[in-house]
Design a protein around this ligand. Structure first.
Ligand SMILES: [Zn+2]
Length: 286
């Protein structure tokens, strides 16, 4: 049997829809995927060089946040939109690469994590096909989650990305972004060795810190969030930025209640995460 007939046989090829390749991408130079599990390459016009030859040691996960994947692929690949990502993971688990990992894709925008502002230069961006909060926010199918895990594991191994540097877009841009959101199964990723996560502390009654509070406890909360990597003022005021960061933290690490209020469960979960960070991460945060 020739490889060609093997590849075109079987259930999968009949079940899968053809990939929507934007016209401009069809004429662009293709490349060999960096990940052995990427099934397709749709070259994007939107990328540049990583600043000062910075090597990626972070993964930023996104959702596409558009009603259909055709529109998302067109947006991420067509010149002039000024956005892109290294990979797109479709709902059926197929993985498309759009930008070579060596290049700087344009996925994070204005962002910050652990002292770095040029997140695009130090990260690999992965877009996960999901309509997002504005379009009904469906669950992430298991097949898609499994593909994200496999893709991330390969990148982590090849690029030496530590688990605590696998983050969501909302972590690095908390006032602007919600993706991949509180439905994203971070616990499943962590069970497979992808991302830093601890079991969230149970939600109990108590006196929480919230918008408007001014106190040393707020300052300690801000210091703890900053130590973990978030961009947050250390002014002791529970201001709008602090609330945005607490909300982003909850979307990722305490998804049962996302309300921007620092309750006992949120504070305890944050302390447990800090306590379980590897030593080199703590050294970098000081
Ligand atoms: Zn995003």
């Amino acid at each position: 049997m020739s490889l060609g007939s093997f590849a075109s046989d079987g259930l999968d090829s009949k079940r899968q829809r053809a990939l929507p390749i934007p016209p401009a991408s069809a004429s662009m130079k293709t490349f060999t995927p960096d990940s052995s599990i990427a099934s397709d390459v749709i070259p994007s016009a939107n990328y540049g060089d990583r600043a000062k030859g910075r090597l990626p040691d972070m993964i930023v996960l996104h959702y596409t946040g558009m009603p259909d994947v055709e529109g998302a692929i067109a947006r991420l690949c067509t010149a002039g939109t000024d956005v892109s990502a290294h990979y797109i993971v479709l709902e059926d688990g197929r993985i498309v690469q759009c930008v070579p990992e060596a290049k700087r894709a344009w996925h994070a925008g204005v962002a910050f994590w652990a002292g770095e502002e040029d997140i695009n230069s130090c990260s690999i961006g992965i877009e996960i096909a999901n309509r997002g909060h504005d379009w009904g926010y469906p669950d992430f199918p298991l097949r898609q989650t499994a593909a994200v895990i496999a893709l991330c594991r390969g990148i982590m191994l090849r690029r030496k990305v530590p688990s605590h540097r696998v983050l969501g877009h909302s972590d690095v841009a908390p006032s602007r972004k919600k993706d991949p959101g509180e439905k994203f199964p971070w616990h499943s990723l962590a069970n497979s060795g992808v991302g830093h996560w601890v079991q969230p502390a149970p939600i109990v009654r108590g006196d929480p810190l919230k918008l408007g509070t001014i106190s040393d406890d707020v300052r300690h909360l801000q210091q703890a969030l900053a130590r973990y990597g978030y961009a947050i003022p250390l002014n002791g005021k529970y201001d709008a930025t602090t609330m945005d960061v607490v909300t982003a933290f909850q979307r990722h690490f305490r998804p049962a209640r996302v309300d921007g209020i620092a309750d006992h469960s949120t504070l305890t979960t944050l302390q447990a995460l800090l306590a379980s960070l590897p030593n080199e991460a703590m050294a970098a945060a000081r």
